[in-house]
Design a protein around this ligand. Structure first.
Ligand code: PXP
Length: 239
């Protein structure tokens, strides 16, 4: 079965809006676990807009599910990752002003060299390394040449196109890259903008091993849970 990684960044975003402890990302992680998902995903950003360093430490010592740490390849993040040893590291590009990760890594000569160096460190620590890449076959070939353990294809453009109608071209790009990744014996993940609708066509991709989903799950949970949260207060008021 395809592993579901649940990104809990937006639980931390909500917590950070007020400071304090609520909602606690660790409690969210427990619900992810009891709901049967296979992995926690979190992105430790340079500006710490959602997950904080202590959240990462808490998740790793909680330990009920593997943690996929998304991070930019900066010296600070490399130190944090190597010290804390998550079960998977996903390298993503990061720009301060973006709302979310807006594209895949651009593997130029300089970045490829840095990834090779970091991969040596992660290999020594036995932490698998994943690269977040656009479904661009030339970029995917470069990524595979780096010898990493996993490639996560960016499904954002596919998801955006899907909003208008199921998009054969974007699906074709994902499929072409997926088959190439399979031919190189590298594990395949996908993520970004996925939801209950646009996920369905992806399920026919034979080597899809993992999907990482955050925003649509957290957004939906507000509406699934809002009524119960109101009823809890109403029940107190009626006493
Ligand atoms: N995968 C990666 C590499 C991401 O950067 C993100 C967003 O943080 C996701 C998956 C989840 O995307 P979404 O929140 O749109 O489901």
């Amino acid at each position: 079965m395809i592993v579901l990684g649940v990104n809990i960044d937006h639980v931390a975003t909500l917590r950070n809006a007020r400071g304090g402890r609520n909602p606690d990302p660790l409690l969210a992680a427990d619900i992810v676990f009891t709901s049967g998902a296979g992995q926690i995903v979190c992105h430790l950003r340079e500006d710490r807009r959602h997950i904080l360093d202590q959240d990462l430490r808490n998740l790793l010592s909680w330990g009920k599910l593997p943690v996929n740490l998304e991070m930019a390849l900066t010296p600070e993040m490399q130190d944090i990752a190597i010290t804390n040893r998550p079960q998977l590291i996903t390298l993503v590009p990061e720009r301060r002003l973006e709302r979310t990760t807006e594209g895949g890594l651009s593997l130029d000569h300089d970045l490829a060299g840095k990834i090779r160096d970091f991969h040596q460190l992660t290999s020594e620590k036995k932490i698998p390394l994943s690269l977040f890449l656009d479904p661009d076959i030339e970029m995917v070939k470069k990524g595979c040449d780096l010898g990493v353990e996993q490639i996560e294809l960016h499904t954002g453009p596919y998801a955006n196109a899907f909003l208008k109608k199921p998009d054969a071209l974007e699906l074709e790009r994902l499929l072409e890259c997926s088959l190439y990744i399979a031919s190189r014996g590298i594990r395949l993940a996908m993520g970004h903008g996925l939801d209950t609708e646009n996920l369905l066509p992806l399920l026919s991709i034979p080597n899809l091993a993992e999907v990482n989903i955050g925003h649509s799950i957290i957004a939906r949970s507000v509406f699934i849970g809002l009524s119960s949260a109101i009823s809890e207060i109403q029940e107190k008021l009626s006493r």
